[in-house]
Design a protein. Sequence first.
Length: 389
Amino acid sequence: MIPFDERVRGVILGTAFGDALGAPVEKLSHDEIGQRYGRVESLNTKWHKADWDADRRLHRVRGNGIVTDDTLMTLALVNVYQTKMRHIDSYDFATEFIKEIAYRPCYIPEFGREALIIDRLFYPEKYPFLRLTLANCDPREAGVGNMVNCGAAMYVAPVGVVNACNPRAAYDEAIAFASAHQSSYGLEAAGVLAACIARAFRPDARPADLMETALSLAKDGTHTATLAIHRAAQELKAARANADTVVKRFHAVIRNYSPMGDDVNRSVEKVGMPSNYYTPSRLFSIEELPIALGYIELYDGDLISAICAGVNSGRDTDSIGAMIGSLLGALHGGRSLSEDVVQTLEEANRLDLVKRADKLAEVARFIIRNDLSAYRKNAEDLRAIGLQG
């Protein structure tokens, strides 16, 4: 039996590991990764932009275990739970989470210094600051109008932790909270990922349960895309397909629900051109979550194999890696990562990942105990009015 605290460590460390492994090759295609690296399997990987000249003004670094905004936003959400000590919703995003990302400096590993998280974020993750703090809109509606992407799903894992073993509650809380950030299939992915994290905490949980949970709760394009990847994974697994075949099949499947393909970079030539990229749709899905679940199924929940395969599939590699890591970290615990890997992550990022995970476990235990107390009181009240439960 894997203890609760060990599973929570797995969520945080798995997120950081998948994020850091994928960060150096983010936005490269599967073929480009193969041409430049052969195969990425180590945290000691050189960033593909490391040799760009100074005129590109990157002012940040990756590789050697450094994490990105996926991990930073996850830890910011941990801080919100520590402050509130209860379940949260969009109003907590509008107040406490905004403070975490826009007003409270922390160490940003890519910058090598303290800064505000918002200075590191991609445009759709900056959008809530505009909507909530500057435009003062209703928090439940703040995600409307944003670019639809995986930005909420990439950091929502702590919601699954505080709803451990209760996927439906995790789904509902993630939707309530992330509605201040995302809409459409970007919001749906956040709910589904949180639910899968919660399911992974059950003592009888198996890798297959993650896909089953996703399919039982996902709506619209998120459901159909996940189902299509699930069926493809079953066929590929039975055929013992090689890595290249798997990537081609997964990408061909997801193309029906995510129109970008390998065209993930913005350029001046695209300005003003109409596109379905990042637009709301009941037919679309983000790529990262279905593909993450597909690799988990393909590799029977083996954390290292699934993360490596997901990262080497290309495109949004850090988020795919972080999602696989958080899901399988919850399932297997932090000990599924070697001491050397954990030490590299801790030293490269100066974020006290293990201590932060232990604090999340303490807060989650407090919240869950309050839930259980409330459920018992509710059961007593139901019996008192003649309903037996």
